[in-house]
Every structure is written in C-alpha cells, then in structure tokens.
Design a protein around this ligand. Structure first.
Ligand SMILES: [Zn+2]
Length: 337
C-alpha cells in the first residue's frame, strides 16, 4: 500500500522530475550523489524513494516506472530493505556517529543485490564534523552506491557538500504558478531565478519586488562583487553608496546576506558543475562568474562563505549592518588579493 502511495504522490508532486530521472536511470547515467532541495512537503523523500524503487524493482513497467508491488518495492517504501539505508536527524541534528555508520555501510558490499542507496533527510542539520565525515565518502564514492541528500534549507549546507553533489531544486506546485506569474511581469529571468531561490512565500516576494528592491540590490551586489574580484578597495565604497542605503529593515539585511552566500555558491557551481548562465541567478555577467571560479580555489570560496555566515551573526549584537558588510568585504578581499 505504502509503495503505491509513493508512486501516486510523485506523479502529483513532481511529474517532470520523475520523467527526467526515469530516463536518466534507463540510460544508466545516474550520478552517485544528489541533493534534493525544496521546502517541506514538496516531495523530496517520495522522489528519492521512487527512484530507489526503480533501481531495485524486479518488475519495472514498460513506462519505466517501478511496479510498486514486488517485494523490493514494498520493502523500500516501508524502510525495510537491507540495501537501502535511510538516515534522519536524532534530535535537532545529524550527528557524526550517524554519518560514520553511513560510511561503514558505504564500504560494505550490498546484502542482496549489486547496489546500495542512502537517503539522508534534513541534510542541513549535519554538524560540521558529520558533514566533513560524509565529504570523505562523497569524494570517492564506491561505484555501487547512490546517495540522496534531502534539504529544505540549502543555504545552511556546507558548500563543499553542495559541490560534491548534483543539486536538484524541487518546486512546489504553486511556486510553479508563482514562476509563471513572475515571468509575465517585467523582471529579468536572472532576477526571477534569484527570487525563487530566496523564498517561495508570495508575500515575501511582493515585499522584495516592491520599488524594484531586488533588482537594485542584485545590481549593487554585482557591482560590489566586480570590485572584489579585482581586489579593489572600491568594494567598500559600493557598500556605503549602493548597498546600505537600500536596506529598509532587518529582513532586507538578512536577504542581502543570503544573496551574498548564494552568489559564492553559484561560483562554486560554475567551478565544479560548469553550470551555464541560464541556470544562474548571477549569470548575467557570466565572464565575471567564470573569472571568479578560475581565480579562487574551493578552500578560498568556502572560507569566504564561512566568513560571511560568521560575521553576519554579529547582527544579533546590534553591530550596524554597514560594519557587517564592511567586515565581510575586508575578509573577502583578502582571499581575492
Ligand atoms: Zn517493483
């Protein structure tokens, strides 16, 4: 019963991704590690389960869909297949011991068949120690292993984890509607990409698009980033003249920090996955992104993102936002020089 529910749910929630991945599996082109990112209830786990069922199913349908009835499908759906390991946070985080267990299982061969699948829920709750441990496995994945990491807070994941996985965004149905609606409006494609990456809350989108705030802040950040890239101190001036005056409230400040992290994460995507300009929120000046990807090592990019996150925490101590952006600029400039 549970297996059939999974099949129906995916058909309802993510029909396009289902078709896409079934083709990928049919062509034997599935990667070792995926990161399914999307708000809760969007169908990340169901999609991972369906694909796992497809990998193990003993009676795959002519349409490429798993049968949902065989012993393999049934056991996977209820979490009782010995070669499918599902990991969830205990308490508020995924602990290093849990990931060590995953790594031990990684290195063992499959109990019944030729392959193993790991489904790791709420991956963003991994402690740094756990994430670093998992990273070691992701760097050299055994050929028989497929990992699905699930997250509803992509921005909280260690960039190194993101760079070792194929990131797949799962959009809620009304987000698709939202996207259609936004596309009919005056916003450029890249700005829509950015908005949808920042939030799927219609009210927040309204707030961010008011008076072209998102367009202006994105332009300000791109200008800032161009100066950074040249190792030029003008980046400070941009903070003062282009960014700080745009901040209406604390929400704007938080979104700006989120955008900065996202910008550097996209540089990582360009570096590791050769992501094209069309898929990027900051891809309008693709040369700039490529230049950044080429001139920074992954350690430097990660150091920058970690610095941004660390420095932004000072907001809670009533440090002015200008000071925070300047501290971020100073730290980042050091990596660029
Ligand atoms: Zn089956």
């Amino acid at each position: 019963m549970k297996a059939a529910q999974v099949l129906t749910a995916v058909e309802m929630q993510q029909p396009e991704l289902e078709r896409h991945f079934l083709q990928v599996i049919a062509k034997h082109e599935l990667s070792h590690a995926y990161l399914f990112s999307g708000t809760s209830g969007v169908g990340k786990k169901n999609l991972a389960l369906l694909l796992t069922m497809r990998l193990f199913c003993s009676n795959v349908q002519a349409t490429g869909v798993p049968c949902g009835k065989c012993n393999e499908c049934l056991r996977i759906a209820v979490g009782e297949h010995p070669d499918v390991l599902m990991v969830e946070p205990t308490g508020s985080s995924l602990k290093v011991d849990q990931i060590r267990e995953v790594r031990r299982e990684f290195s063992k061969s499959a109990v019944e068949g030729q392959q193993k699948v790991f489904i790791i829920s709420e991956a963003e709750t991994m402690t740094t120690e756990a994430a670093n441990s998992l990273l070691k496995s992701l760097e050299e994945p055994p050929t028989h292993v497929t990992v699905f990491l699930l997250t509803n807070n992509y921005h909280r994941l260690l960039p190194t984890i993101i760079s070792r996985t194929q990131v797949v965004e799962l959009a809620v149905q009304d987000q698709a509607e939202l996207k259609t609606k936004l596309k009919q409006g005056p916003l450029p494609h890249s700005t829509i990409q950015l908005l949808l990456n920042l939030t799927s809350d219609a009210r927040q989108i309204e707030r961010l698009t008011e008076d072209d705030w998102i367009v202006k802040s994105k332009q300000g950040l791109e200008r800032w980033f161009r100066w950074l890239l040249q190792g030029d101190w003008q980046a400070f001036l941009t903070v003062q003249t282009n960014l700080v005056p745009l901040m209406r409230d604390r929400n704007d400040q938080d979104v700006t920090i989120q955008m900065i992290c996202f910008l550097f994460q996209e540089v990582l995507q360009v570096k590791y996955q050769g992501t094209g300009s069309e898929q990027l929120a900051f891809g309008d000046d693709y040369k700039m992104m490529q230049q950044a990807a080429n001139s920074l090592s992954d350690q430097q990019l990660i150091a920058i993102i970690e610095n941004v996150l660390t420095i932004s925490r000072f907001q809670q101590n009533n440090v002015s936002f200008q000071n925070i952006l300047e501290a971020i600029t100073l730290k980042s400039l050091r990596e660029f020089q």
